[in-house]
Design a protein around this ligand. Sequence first.
Ligand code: ATP
Length: 337
Amino acid sequence: MFNHKIATIGSHSALQILKGAKDEGFSTIVICIKNREKLYKLFDVADEIIIINDYKEFPKIQNKLKKEKAIIIPHASFIAYLGLKTIEKLKIPYYGNKKILHWESDRNKEKKWLAKSKLNLPKIFTKAEKIDRLVIVKLHGADGGKGYFLAKDKDDFIKKTKSQPKQNYFIQEYIIGVPIYIHYFYSPITNQVEIMGFDKRYETNVDSLGRINSYDQLDLPKKMIDPSYVVIGNFPMVVRESLLPKILEMGQNVVKASQKIAPPGLFGPFCLETILTSESKFYTFEISARIVAGTNPYINGSPYTWIKYNEPMSTGRRIARDIKQAIEQNKLEKILY
Ligand code: ATP
């Protein structure tokens, strides 16, 4: 048992994070809103459950968490519920480089980072007049991919946006290929970038449109068949082994570039959200600089972590192992912010 405890907010990948922490010998704390505690009780992954009325109250329990020597593990819901400004001001030990959050949340900065990492990016159109190919139109701050649409040219874009209130659209080249979400882990303790696994997402309603033949689709109201990309779950995936060297290089380049733009750089889990074309070219359309929910199918480890560790190693557990090794080597200052 360690003096430090591992804490996270009860959502997203908390089950995985807490189970992984317990497997590495840590006591755990989950902070959740009322009624969510039932889930964490059922799975018995939290030694302590703190219930708050609203996630906005999180800063108020900081002193209590500090006294318990809690280390907070961020995930997407943690960032979304608390917001960047609040997270920056938190005074409890936080696993991750907070400076990276700005590079990830601002689309222009993110693009700079990914380009610096020598990744192929889909072309971005700043003006509708310039659209010269199939594009995916994303809304800024979109609620999980709702309201996205495709446009084949400028006229199509104008037609589709005409009746909508003026919005801040993000227009990106649509890449035809298969989406692959690549899970990595970089440890500043071992100085190694690891491939943890892959997933593909199950998105409603876009993944259900193919079940209605085009003939029947023509008879349906447009509203019913407008695509949305709301993630409901994740499928595990393995990729052709011949793709792995390229995938590893991509992850290493992202870490290297991050060390220049936001020293000491990105560490811990991260994910490149990519589309692979039939010419085997990866296009990266987004980066998540933390644990992604796509790692949840691998609570018992992925094929890749099984090869490397010979024991069940989820991303949640890998985080706890990083913290454990940092404690043992007196290097906690390298991973806590
Ligand atoms: P987040 O990680 O923030 O939840 P996301 O992974 O859902 O976002 P989005 O950028 O919102 O990613 O994309 C939603 C969907 O659109 C996904 O199915 C993704 O594969 C697809 N997509 C995104 N960008 C492109 C693109 N440039 N070309 C083809 N498909 C894309």
